[in-house]
Design a binder for this molecule. Structure first.
Ligand SMILES: C[S@@+](CC[C@H](N)C(=O)[O-])C[C@H]1O[C@@H](n2cnc3c(N)ncnc32)[C@H](O)[C@@H]1O
Length: 308
């Protein structure tokens, strides 16, 4: 991957503070909890007052703030230490459809700084933040500690190029050898048992390189074999990045298109199980609780895994 720097704009307006001698900055993400949430927009009952005007639900006064450490511009191979707009869209979705996540065991792929786990902590039974490389995992863990959400949110190594090996029980090796920092993010027996009960897989802004997309889909296929739920739900948010390519002489989104065509295929899982993905793009008209630009290129999809 090339060394050009990329910078997310999400921290703009987030009261970011730099710290002398540290490579990270700290930003604050303020939001008001929605007064009530609905599991589906069809559940929303519109009430009129005596003049026939719509009685619009008022903004809740329950103010929350997430304090997040993250870096500024990075090379493409270290983008996990930044926060990306698609994760704010995902956070809005989770808070708007809280009931869907109630008591769920959730695993997130490519969690980066841990923003979504921090937001979802109050809604779920357990949330696994996963990513690869000690620096991202450490930052993710620090952010969970900073926001006091370590009870039901944990951080684990899950490299899409190595998922089968990463998802092995490391309990015995951790007891017998000295603990290194990377060991803290390995999976133990009880965590793997809990992972098998996952009903929702999340990922935000993970579609930006075709080789990574292949590995990401292989991980979805592998996870589907590990998870006991017959039709686990995947929710993916992403920014459809548009390039002007010399080959097409037109604007296009090659990584997005590659992902769409890859999801349309059927996959053979190791135990002769066939996996297919049933993709539904979702409307993004749910409330916006965080401050970011909700451009039309920000998308969120619901994907049902079918095992046959
Ligand atoms: C653009 S960042 C998005 C981070 C975060 N989800 C967000 O939206 O702010 C892409 C994420 O995918 C992770 N990633 C890239 N390659 C990966 C791999 N092979 N295995 C697991 N995660 C990977 C990166 O570390 C990074 O956290």
């Amino acid at each position: 991957m090339e060394d050009n720097l990329v910078l997310s704009s999400v921290h703009i307006g987030a009261n970011s503070r730099a710290h002398i001698g540290q490579s990270t900055v700290t930003s604050e993400f303020h939001y008001y909890l929605p007064q009530s949430t609905c599991s589906d927009l069809t559940d929303l009952v519109l009430v009129s007052d005596e003049d026939g005007d719509l009685d619009v639900p008022r903004r809740s006064t329950e103010h929350k703030v997430i304090t997040l450490s993250h870096t500024m511009a990075t090379p493409l191979n270290n983008v996990g230490t930044q926060l990306w707009s698609a994760s704010l869209l995902m956070a809005d979705y989770i808070l708007s459809y809280k009931e869907m996540f109630h008591d769920a065991i959730v695993v997130e792929l490519g969690s980066g700084c841990g923003f979504i786990g921090t937001v979802a902590a109050s809604c779920v039974s357990h949330f696994f933040c996963t990513d690869t490389g000690t620096s991202v995992l450490r930052l993710c863990h620090q952010n969970l500690v900073q926001n006091n959400v370590t009870n039901n949110v944990s951080v684990h190594e899950l490299d899409w190029f190595n998922c089968e090996k990463d998802l092995q029980d490391s309990s015995s090796s951790l007891c017998s050898s000295g603990m290194e920092e990377g060991d803290r993010y390995k999976w133990n027996h009880s965590e793997l048992e809990l992972l098998r009960k996952t009903s929702i897989i999340l990922a935000s802004d993970v579609i930006y390189d075709n080789e990574l997309t292949d590995a990401f889909i292989s991980t979805l296929v592998y996870l589907s074999t590990v998870i006991m739920e017959s039709t686990p739900l995947i929710i993916i948010s992403m920014e459809k990045r548009i390039n002007f390519t010399l080959s097409d002489l037109a604007p296009s989104s090659p990584c997005y298109e590659y992902f769409c065509s890859s999801l349309a295929q059927s996959y053979e899982a190791s135990n002769e199980m066939k996996i297919t993905f049933d993709v539904t793009p979702l409307s993004t008209d749910f409330p916006q609780l965080f401050k970011y630009e909700r451009v039309k290129e920000l998308e969120i999809w619901k994907i049902k895994v079918k095992k046959t």
